[in-house]
Design a protein around this ligand. Sequence first.
Ligand code: KG4
Ligand code: ZN
Length: 427
Amino acid sequence: IILIVQNFPDSARKKPDCQLTVLCYSARMKILSIETSCDETAVSIVEIKGDLKEVKVLSNIVSSQIELHAQYGGVFPMMAKREHAKNIIPIFEKTLKKSKLYSPLPKNKLSTSLKKTRENKIKKLLERESELCEQFIPLISKIKKPKIDLIAVTTGPGLEPALWVGVNFARALSVAWEGEKIPIVSVNHMLGHTVSSIAEKVQKNGNVKIRKISFPAIALLVSGGHTEILKLKDFHNIKKLGKTRDDAVGEAFDKVARLLGLPYPGGPQISRLAEEARSCDLKNENYKLPRPMIHSKDYDFSYSGLKTAVLYMLQKITKITEDDKKMVAREFEEAAIEVLVHKTLRAIEEEKVKTLLVGGGVARNKHLEKVLRDEVNKKFPKVEILFPEPDLSTDNSLMIALAGFMKYKKSNKKSASKIKAEGNLSL
Ligand code: KG4
Ligand code: ZN
């Protein structure tokens, strides 16, 4: 147990009878983390001991909206928002139960558990998330406040309407649970992806061991919304070296998949076809695509031209066979990945780093992992490469808990009312 003695605030100093405030701070922290930036509703509770010495994952739930969005070929922000608002309470309730933090109030306390003023404040806060509000008040009124020390919530970047659901949910919790005494930390989604590879699953129950990182490091972040190369002095000193000027690489996978008549999300589909083509050496030299910006002196990317090049290529094929699809998928995947690998290797060399961290949904791509590992091992054998566990590559709230904890330790917490969603938040 660490005792922290807080300074007197100015207002308190004027009061002669004011008492010293002592905050009790446990060396073990339970963090509730919330992620709703795109099409996954994710809620976790982790218990962190010391400075990430031990991380117990009490529960880590991700509920995907993929099946819904697949019918429309992509994610519509307002539809995603509605789904988050509908699903977050059942997921939260499941998270509490799995973490053994769900404890119903005795029947005689139910009516007094949520004071009217607080209830009205929550109703106002959740005005635009009516489905969430309708489920929030009955649940919170019937349970005891769980022992949670910190709330970490993704505030951006992402789809702003979707982000607001998580943010307002976190704010409502802090109102319901006695004002703003549980600190809330706002987490950048990309910081989440940056730290995701430090978590190594050690047990079937999902508990993780934190890998030690040697800095400086390069992070390659590849997702449906972002393609970035970062330089890290540590997890608090991050410089963006480059990013995509148009589409993200995951977005290009999704769009090319659509051109090939494959369902959303396209990344795994393209990857499967490309793998099949490689395994039986299926290749057509006429199917050649550009490697956009591969020789540009910066660390920027451009993937929208590559997608258009696939479109033109497909228009030239009179009758597209299954083999054609496999060959196009292979050439597209190899073109997209060659640029990522080339620029990442250059960043490792120029910035003289010790570690390469990879994060984001596209980190699940087996070809990317193979080529990157082969090339880095060959050219920079001393550089350590960390890929996230497959279920921590795509959006999840465990990475938000880890990033939130690091941020909290640096004492960047904000009071609940000041937290807001920012669709274009940058690292
Ligand atoms: O990180 P993420 O879950 O969401 C965003 O923050 O965008 O990434 C989702 C993206 C999608 O574009 C999906 O097609 C892509 O990751 N993805 C893949 C693979 N698995 C997922 N792309 C290429 N190969 C894969 N195996
Ligand atoms: Zn993401």
